[in-house]
Design a protein around this ligand. Structure first.
Ligand SMILES: Cc1ncc(COP(=O)(O)O)c(C=O)c1O
Length: 377
């Protein structure tokens, strides 16, 4: 099988599995226990937290371990908006449902994107008003791979904050980014990016599913979403998923170590994939623009039924995606593709290929040949 759906799920790195293994059996102790064995596990969590913090350039106390991307997005948005229930939230139009659905509970507006899927900075500036308390813009899109200009958005936010100070408006303005898809490939240093909250997702970085973290900048007060024993600074109670935390931290470390090399390798494969597709299928349109993740190839092939082609590819052993597998029901045309201006018909003629660590040049060649063969009938 040629698996080209790494944006949906990544296999567990064997080194991650090895790091996690002791915590199910020999080191199963509750990290809140006072005896030495429990304290040993608590120390291991501290080491994991420090490792994640070092990659993000933060203090360990600014890292909250969660059960994945969805939970981190929920904690960031609900955590802020429940403290400022009358305030406004801005989210980009191409966010994952974990952000879009959570935003529904609050006064919110969508930030439009251009044809490449990049947030329109001028429109964002217009949308920010005196009531805006939170802006959530994903680092990279899960469907079309577009990378957002987080640093520029942060600069805009800084100016707004200065103006507010002069005007005596005490409402804070926070910046959250969902880096679920970005963490394998992009710089995660939060002060360089200028974000106050950042979602990370273990299941997308060759770590365990249902693991992840939320970076919460020191001083930013969130309302706790899971109440109980007070773990994770009271923001996310419940006995820690110790194997998950250890695995997530290890996976992030490996991603960080491999990043530069893997980005170069995937960029070359992405280029070759795109060139081969354009040659084999001259009518194919590549979506997502130039500022994109190195593992994403998203195409619209006018006139095709994407579900049917995806299934035919599957029968030939090539696995790709229609829309985003990140949502359980794919019946509606993708909101991301609509936001970049595709019609429903065009959206239903689009396929996502997302490459990963095991992907080879041969995989790409065979996949393009399979697609060409299917479409020639
Ligand atoms: C950008 C983005 N955010 C959030 C999520 C949700 O992650 P999970 O389903 O692992 O909680 C995903 C993927 O599913 C994603 O791609």
């Amino acid at each position: 099988m040629i698996y080209l759906d790494f944006a949906a799920a990544t296999p567990l790195d064997p080194k991650v599995e090895a790091a996690m293994r002791p915590y199910w059996q020999t080191k199963f102790y509750n990290p809140s226990a006072n005896y030495l064995a429990g304290q040993g596990v608590a120390k291991d969590i501290q080491v994991a937290r420090a490792s994640v913090a070092a990659i993000l350039g933060t203090r360990p106390s600014e890292i909250i371990f969660t059960a994945g991307g969805t939970e981190s997005d929920n904690l960031a948005i609900n955590g802020v908006m429940q403290i400022y229930p009358k305030a406004k939230l801005l989210v980009s139009a191409t966010e994952h449902e974990a952000v879009l659905q959570t935003a529904q509970a609050y006064k919110h507006q969508l930030i439009p994107v251009n044809q490449q899927g990049v947030v329109d900075l001028a429109k964002l500036a217009d949308l920010i008003d005196d009531q805006t308390v939170l802006i959530s813009v994903m680092y990279a899109n899960n469907e079309i791979g577009t990378i957002q200009p987080l640093h520029q958005i942060a600069k805009l936010i800084k100016v707004v904050k200065q103006d507010r100070q002069k005007a005596g408006n005490k409402l804070p303005l926070f910046f959250h980014t969902d880096a679920s898809q970005a963490a394998n490939y992009l710089d995660l240093h939060v002060s360089r990016l200028g974000v106050d909250l950042m979602t990370l997702n273990g299941g997308k970085i060759y770590g365990p599913k249902q693991t992840g973290a939320l970076f919460v900048k020191a001083g930013l007060v969130l309302l706790s979403q899971i109440k109980g024993g007070g773990q994770e600074r009271g923001l996310r109670s419940g006995t820690e998923n110790v194997p998950g935390i250890i695995g997530f931290a290890k996976a992030l470390q490996i991603a960080q170590n491999q990043r530069d090399k893997e980005v170069k390798r995937l960029q070359a494969l992405q280029k070759s994939f795109t060139e081969q597709l354009q040659k084999a299928l001259p009518k194919a349109i590549i979506n997502g623009g130039k500022q994109r993740l190195p593992n994403n190839v998203h195409i619209t092939i006018p006139g095709i039924d994407n579900e049917r082609v995806m299934m035919q590819l599957d029968e030939q052993g090539v696995v790709c995606a229609v829309g985003s597998a990140c949502s359980a029901s794919n019946e509606e045309p993708s909101h991301v593709l609509k936001a970049i201006g595709l019609t429903d018909t065009e959206a239903q003629s689009s396929l996502r290929f997302s490459l990963g660590r095991p992907t080879t040049a041969q995989d790409i060649k065979v996949s393009v040949q399979a697609l060409q063969q299917i479409l020639s009938h």
